[in-house]
Design a protein around this ligand. Structure first.
Ligand SMILES: Nc1ncnc2c1ncn2[C@@H]1O[C@H](COP(=O)(O)OP(=O)(O)OP(=O)(O)O)[C@@H](O)[C@H]1O
Length: 351
């Protein structure tokens, strides 16, 4: 049952088609991440849902209430939607308490208590209530922005790249904290990000947009291991993509014969393996053998360049693997493949 329903939403800026008939369903109490390259239309979609931008055509419904029907739209402040943007946009001249209370009615009897409860929810000390935003760290300011948006008890929370101004460690920490806060508050949320790892770890549904079109949506595991096409595969993470000949549920490739996730397909195709599916092993007679040409250590992983020994014309294979005892450059190895190779479709949208 869809809580937020977007149907055939289109938007043009002069000759630019920012959104081209995008449809998306979001379940209540779920977390959706909209991911895509820069300029793909993610923020435009979020801004139309929020009511900051009119649509050319299409509809948006929230809990069966029509918010957008072509150019007709319910005003943003009547939608019951909260939004947290990249910079948080706190009012610099107001205290933290007043920033959070901004959305609450002035005569609300338990106003102070609501503010204190929200401070507790976002994990900030009450002693910070009298400070101004510039006296807080970037991560703390983003928490306050979230508390301010939560104060209005929104039906839906929109998060527009809310972690992108934070540095890596804090980003991860904030992502976990926000996921937990939204879960505790039971609020349906939609996150826009161009960071695929962020999308995969935040959401229970990932929607991938390219050139204004929805290319794929599914669980993080579905879109990562079974991407719709080559571009999507490469966008969502590191990928080993190989030409293959399909037959009866197997793919014959330069690296060997693997089971595929599409029994019915046959003929020439490209298959995808994620680096996590590949491990190095001792060379096996009768199986393709490889030589390690370069091995670069980067802490948790090694990045290897491998040469197929019996196929001098085959391009080198680049692989990220983990391991403590890495054989030195020049060593011969074999590869073991875990799970299924995914058969890639044709790219859905021309680049
Ligand atoms: N106000 C505007 N006027 C003209 N063109 C716009 C406007 N806003 C967005 N666009 C164009 O619409 C397209 C989609 O932009 P949008 O901001 O939605 O992309 P995005 O996926 O959010 O990108 P980013 O990740 O860089 O923020 C882009 O080609 C952009 O240049």
């Amino acid at each position: 049952m869809s809580f937020l329903s977007v149907r055939a939403l289109s938007k043009h800026y002069g000759p630019v088609t920012a959104l081209d008939a995008v449809s998306l369903d979001v379940r209540q109490n779920s977390r959706t991440a909209i991911v895509g390259p820069s300029g793909s239309g993610k923020s435009t979609l979020l801004r139309i849902i929020a009511g900051f931008e009119p649509a050319a055509s299409g509809t948006v419904q929230l809990n069966d209430e029509v918010l957008v029907d072509g150019p007709n739209a319910v005003p943003a402040h009547q939608r019951g939607i909260g939004i947290v943007s990249q910079d948080g946009a706190l009012f610099p001249h107001l205290s933290i308490a007043d920033n959070i209370a901004f959305g609450l009615h002035r005569r609300l009897p338990d106003r102070d208590k609501r503010v204190r409860d929200l401070m507790a929810l976002i994990g900030l000390d009450h002693a910070m209530l009298d400070r101004r935003p510039h006296q807080l760290s970037g991560g703390q300011q983003q928490r306050v922005a979230l508390a301010r948006a939560l104060a209005r008890q929104p039906r839906l929370m929109l998060l527009d790249e809310p972690f992108s101004s934070l540095d890596t460690g804090l980003r991860e920490q904030m992502r976990q904290a926000v996921t937990q806060i939204l879960g505790t508050a039971g609020i349906t949320s939609v996150l826009v990000t161009h960071d695929q790892a962020e999308a995969l770890s935040f959401a229970d549904q990932v929607a991938l947009i390219r050139n204004g079109r929805l290319v794929q949506r599914g669980t993080p595991e579905e879109v990562y291991f079974r991407p719709a096409d080559r571009q999507t595969a490469l966008f969502l993470g590191e990928a080993v993509i190989l030409p293959a000949r399909l037959n009866n549920g197997t793919a014959t490739t330069a690296l060997g014969v693997f089971p595929t996730n599409q029994r019915a397909s046959s003929g020439a195709a490209e298959i995808l393996l994620r680096p996590e599916q590949i491990t190095l092993c001792a060379p096996v007679a009768g199986q393709p053998q490889l030589e390690i040409e370069h091995a670069a250590f980067s802490g948790a992983n090694w990045t290897l360049q491998l040469r197929l020994i019996d196929q001098p014309n085959h391009p080198p294979l680049h692989l990220r693997v983990s391991g403590i005892d890495m054989p030195p450059a020049g060593s011969r190895v074999g590869l073991a493949i875990n799970g299924f190779a995914h058969v890639l479709g044709q790219d859905q949208v021309a680049a």
